[in-house]
Design a protein around this ligand. Structure first.
Ligand SMILES: Cc1ncc(COP(=O)(O)O)c(C=O)c1O
Length: 387
């Protein structure tokens, strides 16, 4: 006799956990293509640079669009350092950037010997505020380094019009993002991408890329990434080793065929989050990153500003829902950046967001029903609270 006929209710199956991020399903689906790609590299016997990397550069340039050329490099941090170096940024110079980003943005400025100069972020978009950045210009300003945070482009085109110095886009999180029809990586003098495995277009290790419409400048990046040599053993500048592996290039070429469709999935999930948050009457407690008119957000992260963030994150964790805090510290307060001379209170918007930002589960294979569960959990956390 089964349980139901004996009058015993089967116990409700516990809801399965919702990770903040997972690659498992994506990799399983790509396995035959990946197997063919790495077999091709192994059989070729060429493991660094070579035809796979050259093909990736061509294909990546087409994917970004806007008539850019591309230089593959070893990681996104090197992409930033090499872009600044190619533009001649060095000791004694200042580079204006945001304090609300991953360390590598400001770290790359330090590597050149220049000084990072921070300006505050816009409260709604979380990106570097153009007016605030303009107010930080000095005769030593040599470049501006906005970040397209979480996949939403900063206003790099307006910056390019107003600043007398080159704009370098930190597009590490923003492949296929655009603003007013202009692609991330094609607006500034140079654009820098990361292919860290968790990125929207990720390798199986470190990898990066620099793009730009000035082919000679992109070629200079390439030269600097190869020990300052354009031809073997003739070194014209003090470059570094930032060569890309053929295996990573081959994996990225497989994934390149799917990035557009994965991006659409992210955008659908984001639209569902935004609608469900509004419908649940959570506007007072949960504010999604604001998307300006004309911007195409690619949702590397779906990040919201929330009240009582740490208790909420713990509560979601108990309910089996993973979240991440990007970023818990503003860079002007980091010991590693003490040389920039920042103090608590200097950039109140960035400082406040470090207390309130929470990134909700987001990856293309996330089922829409998981989005509904996350928003239900948000609603039950805030239920009964007074604004
Ligand atoms: C905004 C931003 N800038 C720079 C980087 C550095 O890229 P990588 O980890 O490939 O060196 C990352 C990613 O990790 C990033 O998110």
């Amino acid at each position: 006799m089964d349980k139901q006929r004996r009058g015993v209710r089967p116990s409700a199956a516990p809801a399965s956990p919702i990770p903040s991020f997972s690659l498992t399903q994506q990799i399983a689906g790509l396995r035959p293509e990946l197997d063919a790609a790495w077999a091709r590299v192994v059989d070729s016997g060429q493991f660094i640079l070579g035809p796979e990397v050259a093909a990736l550069e061509q294909e990546a340039a087409s994917l970004v669009g806007g008539g850019v050329a591309a230089a593959a490099v070893a990681n996104g941090s090197d992409a930033l350092y090499l872009a600044l170096s190619a533009l001649g940024v060095g000791a004694g110079d200042e580079v204006i950037t945001t304090p609300f980003t991953f360390f590598a943005t400001a770290g790359s400025i330090l590597r050149t010997g220049a000084r990072p100069v921070f300006a505050d972020i816009n409260r709604d978009t979380f990106n570097l505020d153009t007016e605030g950045a303009l107010a930080r210009v000095t005769p030593r300003t040599r470049a501006v380094l906005p970040v397209h945070l979480f996949g939403l482009m900063a206003d790099a085109a307006t910056m390019a019009r107003h600043f007398a110095v080159p704009i370098v886009e930190d597009a590490a999180q923003a492949i296929l993002a655009s603003r007013d029809g202009r692609a991330a990586g094609a607006v500034g003098a140079l654009g820098c991408f990361s292919f860290f495995p968790t990125k929207n277009w990720g390798a199986f290790g470190d990898a990066g890329m620099v793009t730009g419409t000035d082919a000679a400048l992109v070629d200079r990046v390439k030269m600097l990434a190869r020990h300052g040599a354009r031809r073997k053993y003739f070194h014209e500048a003090a470059g570094i080793n930032s060569r890309l592996d053929a295996l990573q290039a081959a994996i990225l070429r497989v994934k390149l065929r799917h990035v557009a469709e994965w991006t659409t999935r992210r955008q659908e999930l984001a639209a569902r989050y935004t609608a469900a948050i509004a419908e649940a009457g959570l506007a007072e407690w949960v504010k999604p990153q604001a998307v300006p008119d004309g911007a195409r957000h690619v949702y590397h992260q779906y990040t919201v500003r929330v009240k009582d963030r740490d208790r909420l994150a713990a509560c979601l964790q108990t309910a089996g829902i993973g979240t991440t805090v990007y970023y818990p510290h503003a860079l002007h307060l980091m010991p590693a950046l003490a040389a920039a001379g920042g103090r608590l209170g200097d950039f109140p918007e960035a400082e406040q967001l470090t207390q309130e930002a929470l990134s909700l589960p987001m990856f293309p294979e996330l089922p829409p029903s998981a989005v509904d569960r996350v928003v239900d959990a948000l609603a039950s956390f805030y239920r009964g609270r007074q604004a």
